[in-house]
Design a protein around this ligand. Structure first.
Ligand code: ATP
Length: 238
């Protein structure tokens, strides 16, 4: 079967600085795939390129059988690729419900949109309880839930999450990871960027370790979780 996402020899630069230096990986439908690695490894750059926010220098991106090279960011969302960005980027002055509605900005099926808003409230009850509050009043973890809920509002075939655990308490982080597992069990395909390697590898089908713009190591989540070099470099073992 054809993978949902194929990335081949992708290179991305900021001016003369090459942040992504020729990476290749696939995401199969129904899988959770994670990119782990330290600050500056090129993970965010990779997601922003897949979303059409950055133009690659070279390489091939094929999503659901269609090339993404040269396709605009809005069209990419319409094709089914949604991005929950690093730092969440919610709209603090808008209510929670308005933030969710913005995630459906390309859709016109009002009843379907309302259904999906209700689904987001089932997934994250706290968002439902606070639906009329300004989103800026939410805690960091709750804002992360809102960012994930908003990305889901486009009914994506592939959901990309950039560091959903960033800045969260251990309990909140666990809740976010449980939600990712739940989304996977509902059939959502996820590309997860994380610095928390332990959490990400524990739930991922496949993982790739990024180091200064390249993929240094790939394997199943379990293989990487038990790999000695990964344990030393990313899981704080010596
Ligand atoms: P982090 O977890 O810190 O976000 P990352 O793996 O996502 O790390 P990127 O944000 O993709 O890494 O950054 C990769 C490299 O590109 C870094 O060296 C970074 O300094 C550089 N970089 C990122 N954004 C820009 C930019 N707008 N202009 C110039 N260089 C940038």
């Amino acid at each position: 079967m054809m993978p949902l996402l194929e990335v081949e020899d992708l290179r991305v630069a900021y001016g003369k600085i090459e942040a992504v230096k020729g990476i290749s990986f696939n995401v199969e439908a129904g899988q959770v795939v994670t990119l782990i690695g330290t600050n500056g490894a090129g993970k965010t750059t990779t997601l922003r390129t897949l979303s059409g926010l950055l133009k690659p220098l070279a390489g091939k991106i094929v999503f659901n059988g269609e090339p993404l090279n040269g396709v605009g960011a809005h069209k990419i969302v319409a094709m089914g690729l949604a991005h929950s960005p690093e730092g969440r980027r919610i709209f603090p002055r808008l209510t929670i419900e308005e933030n969710l509605q913005l995630g459906a900005f390309l859709r016109k099926d009002t009843p379907g949109i309302q259904q999906d808003i209700n689904r987001a409230y089932e997934l994250f009850p706290i968002l439902g309880e606070r639906r009329r509050q300004a989103a800026g009043t939410l805690s960091g973890g709750e804002q992360q839930m809102l960012a994930m809920g908003r990305a889901l509002m486009s009914r994506p075939k592939l959901l990309m999450l950039d560091e959903p655990s960033m800045g969260l308490s251990p309990i909140m982080m666990q809740k976010i990871m449980e939600t990712i597992t739940e989304l996977k069990s509902q059939g959502t395909t996820i590309l997860l960027v994380e610095q928390n390697a332990q959490a990400a590898l524990s739930l991922a089908d496949h993982g790739h370790v990024m180091e200064i713009g390249t993929i240094a190591l790939s394997g199943t989540g379990q293989e990487l979780l038990h790999d000695e070099s990964v344990r030393k470099a990313y899981l704080g073992e010596d």
